[in-house]
Design a binder for this molecule. Structure first.
Ligand code: C2E
Ligand code: MG
Ligand code: MG
Length: 740
């Protein structure tokens, strides 16, 4: 299965983010996280405070209810106690009475009872019924609201037990609740006895317990009675209930055997709940406000987080994309390659095409950066559609693009498609601009487990270098041999560095003779490096020194050694080659002057030979260095004239003192008459400008003759003498022979 996700191809070249932001994505992620944390903390704190508030209100409500319920229960119990006490006191006042004791035990007791108690029961508020029971438990007389009645059937067995318990002198009245039909009543009983039990005139001897008549008063708990208790004890809703009602407060009306005969019940006032109900709208409003506040916090937090995320993604976009082309930049490319190379799913091969524009710099120089930028955008658009397998595109340098190919097409075919973009010139505001490209290709699968995007890019870069070296407008696929060659070069570079440090590079001297007399007039110093017994050509190690930043110390070393060697021949001039890079070094002139002064070498004996390259690449700096040294007396020769683009105009502009005809012109003059004519014309022009000409590479007498005739005043070449050591030069100088 083929599944791979890659960055989308950018279709427009100029869809870059406009806002700039230097905050790095990591910082944004941190800020987003802190927004979440702060929001969460505020949320949690507010939630806890809210819940605590609710808890406090609920606890106050419940505790207030409980306290009031306790109060109500105590009030109810006090009310019952008061009722019982009152009846108990009434029955005591009537039972412990000498007259009653005597009357109840005598004939006509019934009438006495009616007269004193039965009649009163009709409308007496303290009791509703009166019963006098004989010692055997038989009612002597009983009146209910003034009317005689049968107590045992109305009050039941419980009454008998009650009366029996009261049948003893000296003790308090027995008080309990009984059931009378559907109603509850308080009954208080006491033995009828003389007031003073020790008075023998009343009764002598006194009967034993159980031998008394017992007086019982019964007071019904009528709704009226209950209502007056409710008012007196602030027990709203008080009523008598046969069962303990659910959801209400109640106290039991304990019967003779302590079992409840009924319940005095009333609803809880729940003042806490009432107060809560009153404040509930405010509590709810507070709660809503807290929720609203939390929602605001949440909203603000999420907005801030979103803003942070947006900024972060914007910053990430900026950090990983090129603003001009809209492609990835180097960082974005590396991320993408990292992802692709570590993607373990089965996906097609990956190739990296590193594209470098040929001839872009001159466009920038000639038309300005605005045109250069537009050209880059046009190139980006072309690359965007060059081949469908080019899936991730990046601009990683001024005119350098990296294109990731994911697919099975051969990378050579894709590279050809890329080069096709440059086949036709670009049109910008009526200008026709031609640029080419060189491509280095590296295979992502050939990394053999390395999976390092930097290594892939390096390989593509090595291939690009090779493509450029082999001529413009080409592509090159990476090969291990390239690295081996690089390793060899870097090894050579290390050895060269050592050789310079150890001053192991020596000058050879090639004689320069006067064309007319053949007399030795000077020498050209040519650098020689013997490495492991082998002589390495300056054509190899000079460019290497230039590339690796060693040319300055090497040039000065050569100059110093040559100057020292030439002290022996004060009549000879010394020509020393100078690399264009040396001339670009702003301190070059001062360094040369200091050296000549140190070695006490006359500046007018020194001729510095430079090639034309520097005159094109950095004319201002070259002119400054040349002027400074010329002022001191040093002379300059334009080397290898005729093999490049250097014009006669350059000869004048830079004030060259001499021109050296390149060997290629000399060789060409050997071939045909036209060559001779070119040579003659070239020399004639220089002579006309008053610039003397040296001919180099003279190998035959014929060449020497042609050049002498053409106007060269100095000759140099194997015919006169090969580059030689100081000793050989000493012999030659001693002979001072005429060699031509
Ligand atoms: P150049 O300055 O043009 O030096 C002349 C080159 O031509 C020398 O090569 C010399 O050996 C060679 N030559 C002279 N006469 C003949 C001839 O009759 N026939 C043939 N076939 N060749 C002849 P060499 O020494 O290999 O130097 C090559 C180049 O390396 C020099 O070209 C110069 O550009 C550069 N070079 C040499 N020494 C130095 C140095 O100390 N510093 C710098 N910067 N460049 C140097
Ligand atoms: Mg030279
Ligand atoms: Mg030369």
């Amino acid at each position: 299965m083929m599944s791979i996700s890659v960055v989308p191809i950018r279709t427009s070249g100029n869809n870059s983010p406009t806002e700039t932001n230097s905050v790095r994505p990591y910082g944004k992620a941190m800020k987003t996280r802190s927004v979440f944390v702060v929001t969460f903390i505020v949320f949690a704190l507010a939630a806890v405070i809210g819940l605590l508030g609710v808890h406090i209100v609920a606890t106050m409500r419940d505790n207030t209810n409980v306290i009031d319920d306790h109060r109500a229960l105590r009030a109810a119990e006090a009310a019952l106690f008061s009722q019982k006490s009152r009846l108990s006191a009434t029955v005591r006042d009537n039972a412990v009475w000498d007259d009653a004791y005597k009357a109840v035990g005598a004939p006509g007791a019934e009438d006495w009872i009616y007269g004193n108690w039965g009649k009163t029961s009709a409308d007496y508020p303290l009791y509703d019924a009166v019963v006098v029971t004989s010692p055997s438990g038989v009612p002597v007389a009983a009146y209910w609201k003034g009317q005689s009645f049968e107590p045992m059937s109305r009050f039941g067995e419980q009454f008998q037990d009650h009366v029996q318990l009261a049948n003893r002198p000296g003790s308090d009245a027995i008080v309990s609740f009984i059931k009378v039909g559907s109603e509850a009543a308080i009954v208080a009983s006491q033995a009828i006895q003389p007031f003073s039990l020790s008075d023998p005139s009343v009764a002598s001897p006194l009967p034993a317990a159980g031998q008394y008549n017992v007086l019982s008063f019964v007071k019904l708990l009528t709704p009226r009675t209950v209502a007056s208790i409710a008012t007196e004890y602030q027990l709203e809703g008080l009523r008598i209930s046969a069962e303990r009602p659910r959801g209400m407060l109640a106290v039991a009306l304990a019967g003779f055997a302590s079992q409840p005969v009924a319940f005095l019940a009333w609803p809880s006032k729940a003042p806490g709940t009432q107060v809560f109900r009153e404040v509930y709208p405010f509590v709810a409003a507070c709660f809503l406000l807290v929720i609203l506040f939390l929602l605001c916090v949440l909203f603000a937090g999420s907005m801030e987080a979103r803003r942070m995320r947006k900024l972060a993604s914007h910053a990430r976009m900026q950090a990983t994309h090129d603003s001009l082309s809209g492609f990835l930049n180097r960082l974005g490319l590396m991320d993408e390659l990292q992802r692709l190379l570590h993607d373990t799913t089965d996906h097609p091969p990956i190739h990296l095409h590193l594209v470098d524009l040929d001839g872009f710099k001159p466009v920038n120089d000639a038309w300005g950066h605005a045109v250069g930028d537009r050209l880059l955008v046009m190139v980006s658009n072309g690359l965007n559609t060059a081949h469908p397998e080019l899936r991730a595109l990046a601009r990683i340098g001024g005119d350098e693009f990296a294109l990731v190919q994911i697919g099975r097409t051969s990378p050579e075919r894709v590279a050809s498609a890329i080069l096709e973009v440059f086949r036709r010139p670009f049109q910008i505001d009526g200008r026709t601009i031609e640029v080419g490209a060189s491509i280095g290709i590296a295979d992502g699968h050939s990394l053999q487990g390395v999976q390092d995007p930097h290594e892939l890019l390096r390989r593509a870069d090595v291939s690009l270098y090779e493509a450029k070296a082999s001529g413009r407008g080409r592509f090159f696929v990476y090969d291990r041999a390239l690295d081996q060659e690089r390793e060899r070069v870097s090894e050579l570079e290390a050895e060269l560095r050592r050789a310079i440090a150890e001053e192991a590079i020596e000058p050879l001297f090639q004689p320069l003779v006067s064309a007319s007399t053949g007399v030795l007039a000077g020498v050209e110093a040519l650098a020689r490096w013997r490495r492991k017994g082998m002589e390495i050509s300056p054509e190899v190690f000079i460019p290497l020194a230039e590339k690796s930043g060693l040319i300055d110390p090497l040039g000065l070393l050569m100059l110093r050694k040559a100057v020292r060697a030439m002290q022996r021949w004060p009549a000879l001039t010394l020509s020393v080659n100078v690399s264009p890079l040396q001339l670009c070094n702003p301190s070059f002139a001062t360094e040369v002057m200091a050296l000549l002064e140190e070695e006490a070498f006359q500046p007018c004996r020194l001729v510095l030979e430079i090639t034309e390259g520097v005159l094109i690449s950095n004319p201002d700096q070259a002119k400054r260095a040349i002027d400074a040294l010329k002022k001191a007396g040093v002379r300059f020769a334009l080397d290898d004239f005729g093999c490049g683009y250097a014009s006669i105009g350059a000869l004048r502009q830079f004030g060259f003192d001499r021109m050296k005809i390149d060997r290629s012109l000399v060789v060409a003059a050997d071939k045909d008459e036209a060559g001779v004519e070119v040579l003659k014309a070239t020399i004639a022009l220089a002579v006309a400008l008053g610039i003397p000409v040296t001919a180099e590479g003279i190998e035959t007498g014929r060449q020497a003759a042609v050049l002498r005739d053409a106007g060269c005043d100095m000759l140099q070449g194997y015919l006169i003498g090969r580059p030689m050591t100081g000793e050989d030069l000493a012999r030659l100088a001693a002979k001072s022979a005429k060699v031509a």
